[in-house]
Ligand binder design. Structure first.
Ligand code: AMP
Length: 305
């Protein structure tokens, strides 16, 4: 455990540089924390970095928009890449190293390895909506873990299924990394922070609040004793439809990401929906997560993205 540094983070651009940096830390008896991101950093990322700095002797933040986890019709080309802002944030938070590889550094010519999970974890929800997505996540996370050999790696619960996938990889490959999950951070109006929120125009943003509103409504009903997963799900769907949003999916799942019929404390509500061209996901664990406090009236219709 250590406090934040005032030195600029060491900039690393190849997996070899990351590995050498981590080896030096380990050789000096220091623990290493890793915060994998795709950049366009916001408060959600900042909390992961802060937690890593609190827990670990040395913290590395990776910034890499990983092409392997985007489908051919997804937004890889348009994903935001404000690198200078991101480097300033990593520095201000006091991380020790920032890993910013090029695509060629991560996937040089001749690269042929695939990492794939044979699990119900990756077949449903995000896995079904985004074929190949979790293979891409598994590949990049395996590479990052292999290079940084972190003692702990920090992920956001907003990507709940991704957290489960990363845990599975860490356990199966016995990488000796502790996967730390951090709560979803929200804007003051309730919308989960996402690098993609910057694509939302004001009207679409107002409409997107139907997502946390639906989660809050389901949480409230659960607190009131409702346990029927179908009825809880219906509340979320109704909130979305009131704003003209047809969700990709709304699901109440257990630890294995299989749908449940009866909700219990820890049952997770997963939501994915496209608002115009912008795809957002959100989650809430019933009886565990603080329900979003949503500002603004229900039923704001979506007009444009
Ligand atoms: P990304 O840059 O979107 O790939 O996210 C990098 C990490 O930050 C992932 O572990 C995400 O789950 C996490 N993250 C993204 N948004 C949030 C949020 N609103 N709250 C907490 N963690 C987040």
């Amino acid at each position: 455990m250590r406090t934040r540094t005032t030195d600029a983070p060491t900039r690393l651009t190849t997996p070899t540089e990351l590995r050498r940096w981590a080896l030096r830390c380990h050789a000096a008896g220091m623990s290493v924390g890793l915060v994998p991101t795709m950049g366009a950093l916001h408060e959600g990322h900042r909390r992961l970095i802060r937690r890593a700095i609190t827990d670990c002797d040395r913290t590395a933040v990776s910034i890499f928009v990983n092409p392997a986890q985007f489908g051919p019709r997804e937004d890889f080309d348009h994903y935001p890449r404000p690198l200078d802002d991101d480097l300033a944030i990593v520095s201000a938070e006091g991380a020790d190293a920032v890993f910013v590889p090029s695509v060629e550094a991560m996937y040089p010519s001749g690269f042929a390895t695939k990492v794939s999970l044979d699990s119900a974890l990756t077949r449903s929800w995000e896995g079904a909506s985004r074929p190949g997505h979790f293979d891409g996540v598994a590949l990049v996370v395996s590479k990052l873990f292999a290079a940084a050999r972190p003692d702990r790696a920090y992920f956001g619960r907003k990507d709940a299924q991704q957290c489960a996938v990363v845990r599975r990889i860490a356990a199966d490959l016995e990488l000796g990394v502790e996967v730390i999950e951090c709560p979803t951070v929200r804007e003051p109006d309730g919308l989960a922070l996402s690098s993609r929120n910057r694509f939302l125009k004001a009207s679409a943003r107002a409409c997107a609040l139907a997502i946390p509103r639906g989660l809050a409504r389901a949480a409230q009903l659960f607190e009131g004793g409702e346990r029927d997963a179908g009825r809880l799900r219906e509340q979320v769907v109704a909130e979305l439809r009131a704003s003209g949003i047809e969700p990709d999916y709304v699901a109440l799942v257990g630890h294995d990401f299989e749908e449940v019929a009866l909700a219990a404390p820890g049952t997770e509500i997963l939501v994915a929906a496209k608002i115009g061209n912008t795809r957002l996901i959100d989650q809430l664990r019933l009886g565990i997560d603080v329900a979003p406090v949503v500002v603004g009236a229900a039923g704001a219709a979506c007009t444009g993205s």
